[in-house]
Each structure stands twice: as C-alpha cells, then as structure tokens.
Design a protein around this ligand. Structure first.
Ligand SMILES: [Zn+2]
Length: 164
C-alpha cells in the first residue's frame, strides 16, 4: 500500500486558529479551525453551510483566486478546509481569512440559495454564520494558534486513519 502523509491531530488540545493540515502533490491543505473541538459547541450545520457559500465565494473572487483549489466544511463542523496551490503560509492565510470574514460580516444574504443553485437551499443560517465569523475573526486577530499536536491512528488492518 502507498505510504501517505497522514496523521490526525490531538483534538483534545486543538485551539481555534489556522493550521497546515497537509502539504503534498503541489497543494497545501489549510485547516481553518473555527471552534475548539469537543470543548465548545460545533458550528450549527445550517450556519456552516452558509459559511461554505460565503467563504468559497470570497476566496474564489479574491486576489488569491487563481491559487484556490477547494473550500469546504469539515464533517465534524468545527472548521473549514481551504486547499491552495502556490506558496502560502499560515500568516498569509490568516490575513486572507480575516479579510474574508470581514466581508462576510457585511453581507445581508447568502449567495446562491435557490433550488437550482444549492442542494439544500433552505438549510442556511446567516445570523449564526455571522456570529461564528465575528468570533473567529477576533480570535485570528487576538489569540492566534497555528501549531498542531499530532497523533497517528492505525486501524486493525494496518491502514492509517486520515481525516482529510
Ligand atoms: Zn449549498
């Protein structure tokens, strides 16, 4: 079996911030961690859906748009993944993400929330989306974290768990 760069993170001490989740095949996957996993409520599913629409829209229209590969939510609802090409550091992503969050806070609707443009167009929550984005922006400004504690989880058949 192919050896993959793979680890999971110790979620018991993970703080909101921006982390490099993985770097391979010319891409960097950034972990935009919005809440403290298992110690704070996860983002509501409808609010997270709205964050996805707004954050993806902003990144794909930003100065960095040519390097944006993917923007999407984590299954655990505690953060977003942003995959980039090029040479972006967590400090670059911190600056871009704060700019993105500030833009989200000025919005009074979630883009593309019609049956033809979204797979679950009624499942949105802009007020809670903005509440999460406001708190996350303040944390990125004032209490920034970017260093993981890593763990490796091996399954019974020898496969190594990967969460992204
Ligand atoms: Zn949608």
């Amino acid at each position: 079996m192919e050896v993959i760069q793979s680890f999971t993170i110790d979620h018991t001490c993970l703080m909101p911030g921006i982390y490099v989740s993985r770097q391979d095949k010319g891409f960097t996957t950034f972990d935009l961690r919005i809440t403290a996993p298992n110690r704070e409520p996860a983002v509501g599913v409808a609010a997270m859906h709205s964050i996805e629409h707004l954050m993806a829209t902003w990144f794909r229209n930003s100065a960095a748009k040519d390097d944006v590969v993917y923007v999407g939510p984590m299954g655990c609802l505690t953060g977003m993944y942003v995959i980039m090409t090029g040479n972006y550091t967590v400090e670059d992503m911190r600056r871009l993400t704060i700019e993105c969050l500030e833009w989200i806070l000025t919005q009074d609707e979630v883009p593309a929330t019609t049956p033809s443009t979204c797979g679950n167009y009624l499942m949105h929550d802009l007020p809670m989306c903005k509440w999460e984005c406001r708190r996350y922006a303040n944390r990125l400004r004032n209490d920034f974290h970017s260093e993981y504690s890593k763990l490796q989880v091996t399954l019974k058949d020898g496969m190594v768990f990967a969460d992204a």
